[in-house]
Design a protein around this ligand. Structure first.
Ligand SMILES: *Cc1c(COP(=O)(O)O)cnc(C)c1O
Length: 420
């Protein structure tokens, strides 16, 4: 099946050439260079506009250029950008208090990314095992899991292609079937210290864990004296229609890793540890940049804005509308097998392996979406997405489906400008 050819401009070509010269080839960007954004709209170097349903990979929860982010950034930058953890600073306390208020009784450690939050959670589990489980150190993870690219987070990640070039990885991680309580139960032995899982697996195509399984994991961890560690780096910050995806199941983890949306675009990660797991003491962990005043001031402002603008509720409502629109596309004959996920974290499972072609076709139709595999799309837009924008996204996706079907039939990309 052919790719819909995307006309690239001279401005884009010049940028692509510079990138090939100077950047390591760890990413394969789409054939577009973005310059600016406002709300859910991004603008490229040629002035073309795109409706953004990728949201910077679940990061831009308030969209682009939100006054709460920009205003706080400017004000705090003038006050202090970096102070170090040699001193207390109020923005860090503001962010921690607001974060805990959305979650469960806990204390917070700030870092700079998702992978670092996972590393922190792993260190908590290791030390907890020494204190409370005779030195047990094995963490049970799930197939399909993605926890980040640093060595510890990679050891917890399931995908062979991410892992194998970098082995040996830290020991003490096993992977069992996802959303399978029995598989976890069978894997527990004296060496087990914790269960680490995503309540919705993001990178492997938005695969939700059943609420009943999550409740079962909580029960199992209590009965067998294990820590329940949840990776809410992607599913958190209101995206699923609750602040945290585990809240749908009515349970509370011992440890939670947070990042992506927390800084409204700025790099920040955090770990929350409930009373059972709150065991770090002086010098157990640290980070030069972690919890700096600039990022924490913005994180506090992001949480305030989500509350003030009712964005958790908006994610639930607009997410439902978007899901409905996608299901209607399926009914209308689009090659959609299933729409899964919650709120504004949706996976679209295709009946054909055309996800990459669809991403390009959508780009041509002014829509940014993400593919998580050959036949799965992921929609993780800003939480400010409006009803009208959700409807527009479905329309543009319908046009992209037609473009891909047309390209497949003729064996060539439909010419630019020809309306499907
Ligand atoms: C993105 C992500 C990570 C890694 O975060 P980085 O900031 O890229 O290190 C870990 N877990 C989940 C579920 C993620 O979505």
């Amino acid at each position: 099946m052919s790719q819909p050819a995307l006309e690239v401009s001279a401005a884009f070509s010049a940028i692509a050439e510079r990138a090939a010269t100077v950047l390591m080839h760890t990413y394969a960007p789409q054939p577009v260079a973005m310059r600016s954004g406002k709300g859910c709209i991004l603008t490229d170097v040629d002035g073309q506009e795109y409706l953004d349903l990728a949201g910077g990979i679940a990061v831009n929860v308030l969209g682009h250029g939100h006054p709460a982010v920009v205003g706080t950034l400017v004000e705090q930058a003038a006050r202090a950008i970096h102070l170090s953890n040699l001193y207390f600073s109020e923005p860090q306390l503001d962010a921690a208090e607001k974060l805990v208020a959305t979650a469960f009784p806990s204390r917070v450690y700030f870092c700079n990314s998702g992978a670092e939050a996972i590393e922190t959670a792993i260190k908590i589990a290791r030390k907890w095992g020494k204190l409370h489980r005779n030195g047990a150190s094995t963490i049970i993870c799930a197939r399909g899991a993605f926890h980040g690219r640093t060595m510890g987070a990679l050891a917890a990640t399931a995908n062979r292609h991410y892992r194998e070039p970098f082995e040996p990885l830290p020991r003490g991680f096993i992977h069992v079937a996802y959303d399978d309580l029995g598989a976890v139960e069978s894997a527990i032995d004296d060496s087990t210290v914790a269960v680490l899982m995503e309540p919705i697996e993001g990178q492997s195509g938005v695969v939700p864990m059943n609420d009943e399984t999550l409740r079962g994991l909580r029960r199992l961890c209590d009965e067998r004296n294990l820590l329940l560690i949840l990776d809410e780096i992607q599913s958190g910050m209101g995206r699923t229609g609750k602040w945290w995806a585990h809240q749908h199941a009515g349970i509370v983890p011992d440890v939670m890793a947070v990042a992506k949306g927390l800084g409204g675009g700025l790099p920040i990660g955090a770990v929350l540890a409930g009373p059972r797991a709150d065991i770090f003491t002086l010098s157990d962990h640290g980070s030069t940049f972690g919890g700096g005043p600039l990022v924490t001031a913005v994180a506090a402002a992001v949480i305030d804005a989500i509350l003030r603008e009712g964005l958790v509720e908006n994610a639930a409502r607009v997410g439902e509308r978007l899901r409905h629109g996608l299901l209607q596309l399926a009914e209308g004959g689009a090659p959609i097998a299933e729409v899964r996920g919650r709120g504004l974290m949706l996976g679209v499972v295709l009946t054909q392996p055309v996800a990459q072609q669809l991403v390009l076709a959508a780009l041509r139709r002014g829509l940014l979406i993400n593919a998580t595999g050959a036949s799965a799309l992921r929609l993780i837009p800003p939480l400010i997405l409006s009803d009208a924008q959700a409807d527009e996204a479905v329309e543009r996706l319908a046009a992209a489906f037609l473009l891909v079907a047309g390209g497949a039939a003729s064996g060539a990309g439909a010419p630019e400008g020809k309306k499907p």
